[in-house]
Design a protein around this ligand. Structure first.
Ligand SMILES: *[C@@H]1O[C@H](CO)[C@@H](O)[C@H](O)[C@H]1NC(C)=O
Ligand SMILES: *[C@@H]1O[C@H](CO)[C@@H](O)[C@H](O)[C@H]1NC(C)=O
Ligand SMILES: *[C@@H]1O[C@H](CO)[C@@H](O)[C@H](O)[C@H]1NC(C)=O
Length: 324
């Protein structure tokens, strides 16, 4: 019995809560009077009948319900006392077109109904509507999003998109689409960071190049270039290790200078690119390391070690009588 009653109490609470969210509360003990409660978005009002709110038909198009006069008045007229901002946001749900809303309020800011990075700025009147846009349509710069709270573009991690689609990739932004055929594809300029971890990632269109990208919260932050190595040579970004890597440690098939140790004896082997100041160490046909000779010495292919130039056979040295 007691258990059943506590369930009743919970049910009543839940019901009361769901009603209070959609309908206002009538003042108690005013059953004789008809209380009028304006809707928050100024589109109409509720009438309290025997202590219960009854939704009345909305004001006609182009008018709002005045809180002080308790009648429908023309929008933006001197009788319009709707708090600024309230009416603006709710107009997205109204059947009015953007053009109609802008003609009612020439400075209105209207969120786009489906895309979180877009909004309409009625003050913006394009002479020529840009490609992928429409009249009054404006877009936040990537990766910002439009906030319905501040009616401005804000940092994406502070914006609540609600039902609007949250664009994460630069290529979801209209302004970054290629306007003509003479344009580097968007996915090269703004590679997608969706499903990628924060920080450094390979550039999907520039694998094994000096370039990599930086992601944060699935947004593309920047494209970066590997610094030169201590000899001033280009380094490539390895998608395998996710590190900037010297050419000596990048295989030749990926554009590097790494010794191909296939079929080579274990130990020191001459460089594949004729560089005399270093040798490669191979083990079981696999590249292990590159070793630079001490300053002034060169690699001798006969002795398989670093020696003075006069003691090394050709091509690195000038020693006579070497076996051809
Ligand atoms: C709307 O456009 C006007 C005129 O270009 C500009 O001054 C204003 O800052 C814009 N507002 C927003 C929120 O973009
Ligand atoms: C914007 O353009 C429309 C249509 O071309 C025009 O009727 C209106 O007067 C313009 N508004 C402003 C503020 O320039
Ligand atoms: C490495 O050398 C072997 C034997 O000479 C050759 O078959 C192979 O294609 C080479 N690999 C590369 C990546 O050059």
């Amino acid at each position: 019995m007691e258990a059943r009653c506590s369930i009743c109490v919970i049910l009543v609470c839940v019901l009361a809560k769901s009603i209070s969210q959609s309908e206002p509360r009538c003042k108690p003990d005013r059953n004789e009077e008809f209380e009028i409660i304006p809707k928050n978005d100024c589109t109409g009002w509720y009438l309290c009948v025997w202590g219960r709110p009854k939704e009345m038909p909305n004001c006609p198009k182009g008018s709002v319900f005045s809180r002080s006069a308790h009648v429908c008045v023309p929008i933006n007229s001197i009788f319009d006392d709707c708090p600024k901002g309230m009416g603006i946001i709710t107009t997205t749900k109204s059947p009015l077109t953007v053009e109609q809303q802008c003609s009612q309020d020439r400075t209105a800011i209207i969120p786009h109904p489906t895309e979180c990075q877009l909004y309409y700025n009625c003050s913006v009147n394009y002479t020529y509507v840009p490609r992928y846009f429409e009249q009054h349509l404006v877009e936040c710069t990537y990766p910002k999003l439009f906030s319905t709270d501040t009616l401005k573009c804000e940092d994406f991690d502070t914006v609540n998109c609600g039902n609007r689609r949250e664009a994460k990739s630069g290529c979801d932004y209209h302004a970054l689409q290629c306007p003509s055929s003479h344009c580097m594809p968007c996915y090269v300029r703004f590679p997608s960071c969706e499903m990628k971890q924060d920080g450094i990632n390979p550039h999907p269109e520039k694998l094994w190049s000096p370039f990599y990208i930086v992601c944060k919260n699935e947004r593309f932050m920047s494209e970066e270039r590997c610094p030169a190595d201590d000899e001033g040579h280009t380094q490539l970004f390895s998608p395998e290790t996710k590190l900037c890597t010297r050419l000596d440690f990048i295989s030749q098939e990926h554009g590097g200078l790494m010794k191909n140790c296939t079929g080579k004896v274990d130990g020191a082997n001459a460089d594949d690119f004729g560089r005399c100041d270093r040798y490669a160490e191979c083990q079981n046909g696999k590249f292990v390391n590159i070793v630079k000779c001490p300053s002034g010495l060169v690699f001798d292919t006969a002795e398989r070690k670093c020696v003075l130039g006069k003691d090394a056979c050709a091509p690195c040295g000038s020693k006579q009588g070497c076996r051809k």
